[in-house]
Ligand binder design. Structure first.
Ligand SMILES: Nc1ncnc2c1ncn2[C@@H]1O[C@H](COP(=O)(O)OP(=O)(O)OP(=O)(O)O)[C@@H](O)[C@H]1O
Ligand SMILES: [Mg+2]
Length: 336
């Protein structure tokens, strides 16, 4: 066992469900939610699990937080096995799930935290102080929501309370499943800043799931791109972008009502990577955005296509791809 806070080796998980076939019949269905993922997280590091809906992010968080048993593979947190030493693991982790259960509607936010704090073994003045500090930290004080009933909380308030609970016993490892889901932009930024400082200043090891590349780039030291239960690429945000550095994004504007746009778009698919996005800018112009490899060489081809289809171009730009483009590239089955 190394010094890593979290070690995940060849982790797999299948769900067995039934698929409806008409009114009475159903068929066994196996969903491979995780197909052997391996990664480590060090203390002081925020590692992002970035992937689309159904990628396996929540499944990973649930297994790491001892709420779900894996089928195979190994997971160690602080050196302890999540299956065989689950109670030791639970002492080290703070968990925030995106669909949160377990809070009491008829208790206030503060009372809920006091309840969970005492379950975690905190008591007396220390418990009170800790609850107070956490409500301040996540901004529930600022919203004057400390003594509101939980059932009267807004989505954002619930998310904040959930984060406060995860932090209550000051755990060295945080497992956060979409912590900014439902938060307004200002609140989301606060949460991101808080997460970064918990890793940077306090040396916590943090897993942060999101399907927002912009967010992953802002928060994470390292990103694992996960798709259909597999890690399809990993690295720092910069490294991921470099992996596809020969890909360029082309943005062009054409005048509406000139030439045959559909014919142009259909021919364009021969040279593009990923989707072509078209957007009406105003009554006169349409913007077309797509990714190509080595754009300079293809420039002539694109311009020739435009001319052939009789389209009048008003602007042509070649820019670096965003992390989102990189993600789409890998999610389409390319591996690095
Ligand atoms: N309890 C369950 N029973 C059956 N299938 C499940 C169950 N939970 C998740 N799955 C399936 O496992 C796969 C991975 O789901 P998971 O919730 O881990 O994805 P996710 O990356 O968290 O997605 P999202 O971004 O939508 O939260 C999906 O195909 C999902 O339908
Ligand atoms: Mg999820």
């Amino acid at each position: 066992m190394g010094r890593e806070a979290i070690e995940v080796v060849k982790l797999s998980k299948k769900y067995l469900t039934k698929k409806r076939k008409g009114l009475l019949r159903s068929e066994e269905l196996v969903i491979e939610a995780l197909r052997g993922i391996t990664f480590t997280v060090n203390y002081g590091e925020v590692v992002g699990l970035l992937g689309p809906n159904g990628a396996g992010k929540t499944t990973t968080i649930k297994i790491l937080s001892t709420l779900l048993l894996p089928d195979s593979g190994e997971v160690r947190i602080g050196g302890f096995d999540v299956v065989k030493e689950a109670s030791k693991v639970r002492k080290l982790i703070g968990v925030m799930l995106s669909v949160e259960k377990g809070f009491y509607g008829k208790l206030t936010g503060r009372e809920n935290l006091i309840y969970f704090g005492s379950l975690y073994g905190l008591s007396g003045a220390e418990l009170k102080r800790r609850v107070d500090e956490m409500m301040e930290l996540v901004g529930l004080k600022e919203l004057e929501a400390e003594d509101k009933l939980y059932e009267e909380y807004s989505t954002g308030m619930k998310a904040r309370l959930s984060l406060a609970r995860a932090l209550l016993k000051d755990p060295p490892v945080l497992l956060l499943d979409e912590p900014t889901l439902g938060l307004d932009p200002m609140s989301a930024r606060k949460v991101r800043d808080l997460v970064k400082s918990l890793a940077f200043r306090e040396g916590k090891a943090i897993i942060y799931t999101t399907h927002n590349m912009f967010e992953a780039e802002l928060v994470c030291d390292k990103i694992l791109l996960i798709n259909k239960g597999l890690i399809v690429a990993s690295g720092t945000p910069e490294e991921l972008k470099k992996k596809v550095s020969d890909i360029k994004t082309v943005i062009l504007q054409v005048r509406k009502g000139t030439g045959n746009l559909n014919a142009f778009l259909s021919k364009l698919t021969d040279i593009t990577i990923g989707n072509i996005v078209t957007e009406e800018l105003d009554v006169n112009y349409i913007e077309i955005k797509f990714n190509v490899r080595a754009a300079e060489e293809l420039l002539d081809t694109i311009i020739r296509l435009l001319t052939t289809e009789g389209l009048s171009m008003s602007s042509f730009k070649v820019v670096e791809p965003t992390l989102e483009d990189v993600f789409i590239y890998f999610a389409e089955g390319k591996t690095s």
